[in-house]
Design a protein around this ligand. Structure first.
Ligand code: ADP
Length: 273
C-alpha cells in the first residue's frame, strides 16, 4: 500500500526548554481518512506545519508519497497538499465564489481556457456550484468552508489537511462539511488522503482512523470505535468522548462486535433521522 505520509523519528522543539516531539512516528496510507485529535496545545498544528515544510524538524524524516521533505523538495511536496484552516473568512481573496476558486489556479498558471471547467467541477463536488457568482462573505460558515475546500480541490491535491476547519461552524455547518468529506472519500477513493485535525472527538467519528496525541506523543491509534472504547485514556488526556463514543461506552457490556466502525456509523445515521 502506498504511504501518503511517513513521519520517522521526528524531533522538534520551538525552544530549548520545551521538547514538543521526540522520536515521533506516524504513517498514513494513501486514501485513508485520519482524524488527528488532541486537546489544545498537544502539537497537532505543529505537525501540520512540519508536514508542509513551513517549519523544519530538528531531526528525523518526513516523506510524502515517498519523497523526502528537504529544502529542495519542499515546493513539490507542498503542491500535493491542500490546507483548509479554521477561520473561513481569512481564506477568501476573491469578490465572488468563482473568483476565489480561480485564485489558486491562476497562481498555478493554469491555462485560462481550462479554468471555468475546473472551477465548476470543484464547486460542484462540494455542492456549491449554484453559489458561484455570490459574494463569499455573505455565505454561511459551512458554505464558506465548502468554498475553501473547493479552492483546494481545484488544485488537485493528493492530501487535504483540515486544521480545525469545523471549529467555528454551527452544528449544521459541521454536518455539511462532514457529509462533503464523506462524499470526497466515496468519489476519489484511494486518490485522496484526508487528515482532519481537531480537538473535538465528534469530528473523528467518520474517519477511517483516529490518532490521539498529547504533548507531542501518540496516545491512541485505531478505528474510531476502538479509540472511543478507551474512554479512560481519552478522559485522562483532557478530551471529551463524542456522542457516539458515549454510545460505545454504554454498549460496552455487549459483545465487542457491536463496537465496529460500520455499526457505529449506522447507529449514528439512524439516530440522526
Ligand atoms: P495544537 O494544534 O494541538 O493546539 P500546537 O501545535 O499549536 O498545538 O502547539 C503545541 C505546543 O507548541 C504548545 O505548547 C504551544 O504553546 C507551542 N507552540 C505553538 N506554536 C508556537 C510558536 N510559534 N512558538 C513557541 N511555541 C509554540
Amino acid at each position: 500500500m502506498t504511504q501518503a505520509i511517513k513521519i520517522d523519528n521526528l524531533k522538534y522543539n520551538y525552544n530549548d526548554d520545551q521538547v514538543l516531539f521526540d522520536g515521533f512516528n506516524l504513517e498514513i496510507d494513501s486514501g485513508q481518512w485520519v482524524a488527528l485529535v488532541g486537546h489544545n496545545g498537544s502539537g497537532k498544528s505543529t505537525l501540520a506545519k512540519l508536514i508542509l515544510g513551513l517549519i523544519a524538524a530538528n531531526s528525523g524524516n518526513i516523506d510524502v508519497f515517498g519523497e523526502r521533505l528537504t529544502v529542495d523538495t519542499v515546493h513539490h511536496v507542498r503542491e500535493q497538499i491542500g490546507m483548509v484552516f479554521q477561520n473561513p473568512d481569512n481564506q477568501f481573496v476573491g469578490a465572488t465564489v468563482a473568483d476565489d476558486v480561480a485564485f489558486g489556479l491562476e497562481n498555478k498558471q493554469t491555462p485560462s481556457i481550462e479554468m471555468p471547467r475546473m472551477i465548476d467541477e470543484a464547486l460542484s463536488i462540494v455542492g456549491m456550484l449554484d453559489f458561484k457568482d455570490r459574494e463569499p462573505h455573505m455565505l454561511s460558515g459551512g458554505q464558506k468552508q465548502r468554498v475553501a475546500l473547493a479552492s483546494v480541490l481545484a488544485l488537485q491535491p493528493k492530501i487535504i489537511i483540515l486544521d480545525e476547519a469545523m471549529a467555528m461552524l454551527d452544528p449544521d455547518g459541521r454536518a455539511t462539511i462532514m457529509r462533503t468529506l464523506q462524499d470526497l472519500k466515496s468519489r476519489f477513493g484511494r486518490d485522496i488522503t484526508l487528515v482532519t485535525i481537531t480537538h473535538d472527538m465528534d469530528e473523528a467519528i467518520l474517519a477511517d482512523r483516529v490518532v490521539v496525541i498529547n504533548d507531542g506523543q501518540l496516545i491512541l491509534d485505531g478505528t474510531p470505535a476502538s479509540v472511543f472504547s478507551q474512554y479512560d485514556i481519552i478522559h485522562h488526556n483532557g478530551l471529551e468522548l463524542p456522542f457516539a463514543g458515549e454510545l460505545v461506552e454504554k454498549l460496552d457490556t455487549k459483545p465487542k462486535s457491536y463496537l465496529d466502525e460500520r455499526e457505529l456509523i449506522q447507529w449514528l445515521s439512524h439516530l440522526n433521522k
